[in-house]
Design a protein around this ligand. Structure first.
Ligand SMILES: CSC[C@@H](O)[C@@H](O)C(=O)COP(=O)(O)O
Length: 384
């Protein structure tokens, strides 16, 4: 069976699956430049920490590849142009560190190319494009490794190789990454090993990444699965004997505090209460050693209409605008208003789960657990 692909890329061409239309329609839209990439990320046409970073990097790769007529005059100006565009892309969404991490690595790489002998603007551009393309390939490999490590850790931790039931939140699958997925990658691995009995996924209000995307992926992959609303988690844990809650991450601080989709924190508290393992799955590109703990993580506040409507307005007739303004069509048929007029709205897109509530953090290099003092040392995640 073909895997779902959020990102279709060949040199000079990038298309993304418009996630605002899922699960009703599967429509790929072209992303030929940085401005369109920025808008696709801000408007959630593509979302999920790794996918955002890859689409941002590749949108610039396509723009540079196709801009034959406007190639920079000097290697220095090529580097400056690339850095300026990357800085702009980083402003699209603030919480997931993968985007800033990718931009930082690509800036350092192009800066290093400048130091080489006989460098030309073309060489700078070529080095950038090749590095961005590698990020796409590496993410798939990393996710498969996360899947293997996480499945092994969970089966060992609960002492069972079959009959395992898990709960996941938000979307962390093929649609949130280059392919395979992080938390959903672990569920995929458990299923492939015949260890999984059942996967539960939350709706993940207000944006419904769970019911719209994770449920879609689970059905597509024929993994036995059930959808719950976010407020059913305690009832589920009290009745269904879960082995683990498995979630992704948008940013893991140096002490293991983890920013992830709003609602993750309350699931971690419930997991602690019910003695269910709480597992975070993320590539090392989500680990931010420069941020000491969760207090330093900037949480994106999303527009109030996402809470006031079901499913949310779609982005239609949305030409890229220099101002970066995103045009939403609130009269769209899927925008069913469900709240009293005049009510205020609190809509943080993410929350921070304290490290104390987390049992394991799985990266492509293995599993980080707390040391004897009960502390995660996330530097360890960078050692294979
Ligand atoms: C592998 S994706 C991990 C996280 O990015 C995911 O759980 C999440 O919080 C996504 O948020 P989103 O707002 O949909 O981009």
């Amino acid at each position: 069976m073909a895997t779902l692909l959020a990102i279709k890329y060949a040199r000079g061409s990038l298309e993304i699956l418009d996630q605002l239309l899922l699960p009703h329609q599967s429509v790929y839209i072209p992303v030929n430049d940085v401005l369109t990439g920025w808008q696709a990320i801000r408007s959630m046409q593509v979302r999920g920490a790794p996918a955002i970073a890859i689409v941002a990097a590749l949108s610039l790769a396509v723009e540079l590849n196709n801009a034959f007529d406007t190639a920079p005059a000097t290697p220095q100006s090529a580097v400056e142009l690339i850095h300026e565009k990357l800085d702009y892309l980083v402003t699209s969404r603030p919480t997931a560190v993968n985007l800033a991490d990718a931009a930082g690595k690509l800036k350092a790489l192009t800066q290093n190319v400048l130091a080489a002998n006989e460098v030309t603007p073309d060489l700078v551009v070529k080095a950038y494009i090749e590095a961005a393309e590698l990020m796409l390939l590496k993410d798939v490999e990393d996710n498969k490794a996360i899947g293997r490590h996480g499945a092994e850790w969970i089966t060992n931790a609960v002492g069972k190789t079959s009959g395992i039931r898990v709960l996941t939140h938000c979307n962390t699958g093929s649609l949130a990454t280059a392919s395979y997925g992080t938390a959903l990658g672990i569920i995929r691995s458990l299923h492939a090993n015949a260890s999984l009995d059942h996967a539960y996924c939350t709706e993940t209000r207000p944006y419904n990444q769970g019911s719209r995307l994770t449920a879609y992926e689970l059905v597509y992959e024929q993994i036995p699965a059930t959808l719950i609303t976010d407020n059913m988690a305690a009832a589920l844990m009290s009745q269904q004997g879960l082995a683990a809650v498995i979630v992704g991450a948008d940013r893991v601080a140096a002490n293991g505090d983890t920013a992830n989709k709003i609602g993750t924190y309350q699931l971690a508290i419930l997991a602690k209460f019910f003695g269910v393992k709480f597992v975070v799955a993320a590539p090392t590109t989500s680990v931010d050693l420069y941020t000491k703990n969760g207090e330093g993580i900037k949480i994106e506040q999303r527009p109030g209409w996402e809470v006031l409507v079901v499913s949310g307005p779609t982005v239609t007739n949305n030409p890229a605008k220099e101002s970066g303004e995103v045009v939403v069509d609130v009269t769209d048929i899927r925008s069913v208003k469900q709240a009293a007029n005049g009510i205020g709205v609190f809509n943080p897109s993410f929350d921070v789960t304290p490290a104390a509530l987390i049992d394991a953090i799985v990266t492509e290099n293995g599993v980080v657990e707390k040391n004897a003092d009960g502390i995660f040392a996330m530097e360890g995640a960078f050692k294979a």
